[in-house]
Design a protein. Structure first.
Length: 320
């Protein structure tokens, strides 16, 4: 963040404290939080406690501490508007409608680069393979999360807290074209979907203007013929254990979602450094949840303690 020093010269701030400083400035009305991982939690809470709108692309905030974030909103007048394309799609489908009218939501997943790989081939997956996403261009950590489908587990937990929808009414399907971003099924059987090319331009803009829309000439008109056909598949949970582990952690509650997130972050970091194999990510998450998933998670301090313990567990398991 750039600020003005006492002599009028511009100064740079760095470190985690500058995120909170930026998020709580008096001249800021909307905070766009796109920090990757648990590092985004403090800035989100600080902004909400100051009554600001948080345009949230940092899903880990809600995964780690959804109930604490919800309390911060209720006590201060702050609000969260999602930036993730899947949750933006859900919001666009339900805005102006009563929440009780929703029967279920269906989140789409691209399937990542390993969608059609066999279990035997996955054993040999390399970092280069994992970073070769077929439809989106993202940072390395998020791209690996897409390859393991851990990102979809994070999105299920996020949807639960954003929209107050029970886990048994949130589904995930694979949609390789990444054109349909989510479906919402209503109690009468009607289904709405938000459709668009895979670009973050629209969800970011909508998070800034919700519930209004403003003209944007940056995106080309949608051509349904050019983007046909659209296909859908079931998630292969047996090949991508991180997905089922994350959803189970969400259902368990307490510190389990924070443990899942921390273990995943630590394991992905080791994979990016070439210290573990792709398949080790799921194993690291499973072992960490078995050991620490029952930790308390009722306070911010307890959640941060679980986060630290999970990261330490993964590092010690791989002697890093």
């Amino acid at each position: 963040m750039v600020g003005n020093g006492d002599n009028g010269a511009q100064e740079w701030s760095s470190g985690s404290s500058c995120l909170v400083e930026a998020a709580t400035r008096d001249d800021v009305d909307i905070v766009l939080n796109a920090v990757v991982g648990a590092a985004g939690l403090e800035a989100t809470l600080a902004a909400l406690q100051r009554g600001k709108r948080v345009a949230l692309a940092n899903k880990e905030t809600l995964v780690m501490a959804g109930h604490i974030v919800a309390a911060a909103c209720q006590g201060s007048g702050g609000e969260i508007v999602p930036v993730d394309s899947e949750h933006s799609a859900i919001l666009q489908c339900i805005t102006g409608r009563k929440g009780v009218d929703v029967r279920r939501v269906i989140i789409t997943a691209s399937g990542g680069p390993f969608r059609e790989w066999s279990a035997e081939r996955l054993e040999e997956a390399t970092l280069e393979d994992a970073l070769r996403h077929p439809t989106w261009r993202m940072g390395k950590k998020i791209t690996v999360d897409s390859a393991t489908l851990a990102n979809k587990a994070l999105e299920v937990i996020e949807a639960h807290f954003l929209f107050g929808i029970p886990y048994d009414r949130i589904e995930v399907i694979v949609h390789p074209q990444s054109i349909v971003h989510s479906f919402v099924e209503f109690v009468d059987g009607s289904v709405l979907a938000q459709v668009g090319v895979p670009s973050m331009e629209l969800p970011v803009l909508y998070a800034l203007t919700h519930p209004d829309r403003v003209p944007d000439s940056g995106l080309q008109p949608f051509d349904p013929v050019a983007h046909s056909p659209l296909t859908f598949e079931r998630v292969r949970s047996d090949q991508f254990p991180a997905f089922a582990l994350g959803v189970s952690a969400g259902r368990q509650g307490g510190a389990a979602p924070a443990v899942f997130n921390a273990a995943n972050e630590a394991a992905v970091a080791l994979f990016l450094d070439g210290r573990i194999r792709f398949r080790d990510i799921g194993a690291a998450i499973a072992n960490t949840l078995d050991a620490l998933g029952g930790m308390p998670g009722d306070t911010r301090e307890a959640i941060l303690a679980a986060d630290s313990a999970a990261r330490r567990f993964v590092r010690e398991r791989f002697q890093c």
